[in-house]
Ligand binder design. Sequence first.
Ligand code: NAD
Length: 449
Amino acid sequence: MAATKGAPDLYSQFLSSAPGAFLAKQAGLPKPETLRRYQPGEPPLAGPVLIGGSGRLVEPLRVLLSDYPAASPHDDKLGGLVFDATGIENIEQLEQLYQFFQPAVRNLGPSSRVVVLGTTPEETGDIEEHIAQRALEGFTRSVGKELRRGGTAQLVYVSPDAAPDLSGVESTLRFLLSAKSAFVSGQVIAVGKDGSTAPASWDRPLEGKVALVTGAARGIGATIAEVLSRDGAHVICADIPAAGEALSQTANKVGGTSLALDVTAPDAAEVLEKHVKERHSGGLDIVVHNAGITRDKLLANMDDGRWNSVIGVNLAAPHRLTTALVKSGTLNDGGRVIDVSSIAGIAGNRGQTNYGTSKAGVIGLVHAEAPELAKKDITINAVAPGFIETAMTAAIPFATREAGRRMSSLLQGGQTVDVAETIAYFASPASNAVTGQIVRVCGQSLIGA
Ligand code: NAD
């Protein structure tokens, strides 16, 4: 994958030096773990998985995870803990969490994975069960904050009507129980009831698909293009005409096509439709609205140009393009739309009223459009990146940049590949039961909910 062109992480470099390590130990400074990331051919986890719980999912889970090495409770280098909490129907039964996790959590090895499965609270139809299931969020997010050495924890809510073979949940579990979710922690993903067909190859689930990535010339967009291409897709790499040279480089690298396209141009949808029609008779399967800009200023000092350009690129364009591509049938039924929000859209950010508005609007757009698009079996989801090492974050003043990096459970900034892997998970044909979801890729940043 492309080397990330962020600012050097001087703190991590210092701690890796002999005097730095000594000083850090004396002063009790937090030390960021080198996160284990996906490498083809390597096992998804660094150690065996212990499965527990007594709900409706535990037996199908054992079958689903049969190719992961199974652990005994006494293994002391566990790669993951997976707990079926759907059997917890009232407050008293929450103790099951304590009983399973309390002895096991100390046996987790580096870059470990904790996944709790529950029943979507709103779909339980029972007050006691709703309360108990909602409580799982606080448990999982707190575990995420306690894990050390690059460990992550997530909660997956599964519809009570989910296919009994759990096929609809498989793509989510495979993502969360792998090195692809290295920078995702403390997240809650709800999976609907539909079953899924496993792809012929989990290594190339996008084989034969055509994907559009906007803002693909550099940064996160360039890596998204690489990862979707690695997973088998043909990628149309789009960016503003001025990005020409860098855009061609990305397109060449991924064996895709480059398309000069300002997403805010009045004829952007027509240009896209023409491009797809001329070159891809099978239409478009995946749209990633990654193009984004910042124009920071305190609100009191902000001119209307800054306000309008940010709302235009980050929010109005994705909304307009998705609507047009669906209406014209350019985006196939069963397609995937993935938007890029930001933790600034969740927590707000000083100097970013325009950006925060646009990125919160993206969350609204995902929630609002999901039910309508579902009628065509199109899913729409968003990633909300936190601090990712790119040119955008390298431009942040030093002290703020350092705070952004360290104020998270994983104590470091993420890589562009972390965002791209999450997008690839949403893009998978096997993620058809996942829609209307927002997944933060932020190392469980303390900023935001
Ligand atoms: P970047 O500035 O490195 O890249 C953005 C790309 O979008 C550029 O190639 C740019 O030319 C392109 N672009 C801008 N306006 C466009 C337009 N009108 N039409 C087509 N292309 C256009 O940014 P990045 O850090 O890679 O960010 C990518 C996305 O991730 C953005 O939506 C950003 O808001 C979001 N994000 C980034 C971070 C981070 O830490 N870097 C955090 C949260 C969210």
